[in-house]
Design a protein around this ligand. Structure first.
Ligand SMILES: Nc1ncnc2c1ncn2[C@@H]1O[C@H](COP(=O)(O)OP(=O)(O)OP(=O)(O)O)[C@@H](O)[C@H]1O
Ligand SMILES: [Mg+2]
Length: 311
């Protein structure tokens, strides 16, 4: 089974306001709600790829039932722990006239110690040998920063495979338990290493150190420039594809789904990177956080140029 973890999901409330004015009364012309969060995004793309998955993390309060309903409609297994406080609402103000897009994100609910323990126990009970676990995104403010380390350790003890896509302390603490794959973007990788990475060689050199330390693969995403994949066998650079860009939100999450698809289809490193770069490109060419489908990705895969260097 594939399990995606979203510790601090959000109800994304997108409001369209033509000519948005600060400090004035603004009228909303269009309104939509989408359940959101990085692990959920991974599950949505997997669903489009024909791969079933379960979502876990924390949901609570007034949005709880909407999340459950939406997940059911999408055919994604709901394994969230229900909590007392409200799942947050993130507001996106879309002003198409001035082409200004504003995000207003809430911090998220407070998780009690008992809820945290219940979640860890739930995670332990749903995680099995051979599972693929994607740990994605931020956490509610009072969650310990080593949460991904705790979950990685538990998953690996069960014989599951772990992909970590997080930033800051959640990544630096999580990495201590040696997840199998990490997928930082360049900025997240620089923060992890506490230095600027000025060249591809610099990034490759740092990724190799992590591989020597026990990680299986490091996938560094470089936005429109593409991505670098370092494993214990290969160093590969996949050049980004030129596509019409509608929304870059969730491109990294699609890439995590592409890694999972590649694993389940036994792709080698080269095919994995091609597929991941194509999935990222397919994702940015769709509006909002819409998930790309397999046909869209397959039409792009052949166009990805890979530069191979043996390790
Ligand atoms: N403008 C773009 N044009 C073409 N491909 C893109 C573009 N932006 C992203 N991609 C593709 O998507 C992949 C992931 O993008 P990016 O590096 O922005 O991830 P990210 O910063 O983790 O995003 P997020 O966390 O918001 O999902 C890139 O490696 C690339 O293949
Ligand atoms: Mg990302």
């Amino acid at each position: 089974m594939v399990i995606t973890v979203t510790l601090n999901p959000a109800m994304d409330k997108t409001i369209a306001i033509q000519d948005f004015e600060l400090g004035k009364v603004n009228r909303v012309s269009k309104l939509r709600y989408d359940i959101g969060g990085k692990g959920i995004n991974v599950s949505k793309v997997l669903k489009k790829f024909g791969i079933p998955s379960a979502c876990t993390g924390f949901i609570g309060g007034s949005w709880k039932n909407t999340f459950k309903k939406e997940l059911r409609n999408m055919g994604i297994v709901n394994n969230f722990l229900e909590i007392t406080e409200d799942t947050r609402t993130n507001i996106k103000v879309v002003d198409n006239k001035n082409k200004i897009y504003t995000d207003i994100n809430e911090p998220g609910p407070e998780i009690t110690e008992e809820e945290l323990n219940d979640f860890i126990n739930k995670f332990k009970s749903i995680c099995n040998e051979g599972d693929i676990i994607a740990l994605s995104g931020g956490a509610c403010p009072n969650i310990p920063k080593n949460i991904y380390g705790i979950l990685t350790k538990l998953a690996k003890e069960k014989g599951a495979f772990v992909i970590l896509d997080a930033e800051g302390e959640l990544l630096s603490e999580g990495i201590k338990e040696k997840p199998d794959i990490i997928k930082p973007n360049k900025h997240e990788f620089e923060i992890l290493l506490n230095r600027n990475l000025n060249s591809e060689d610099d990034m490759i050199c740092e990724a190799k150190k992590l591989i020597d330390n026990g990680l299986k693969k490091v996938l560094i995403s470089l936005g429109e420039k593409g991505a670098i994949l370092v494993s214990n066998k290969m160093v590969l650079y996949g050049k980004g594809l030129k596509v019409p860009v509608m929304s870059t939100v969730g491109a990294g999450d699609s890439m995590v789904a592409a890694l999972i698809y590649s694993m389940l289809n036994n792709f080698d490193d080269e095919k994995t990177l091609k597929f991941a770069v194509a999935t990222g490109a397919a994702s940015v060419s769709l509006e909002g956080t819409q998930a790309c489908d397999l046909n869209q990705v397959q039409s792009l895969v052949q166009k990805v140029n890979i530069n191979v260097r043996r390790n």
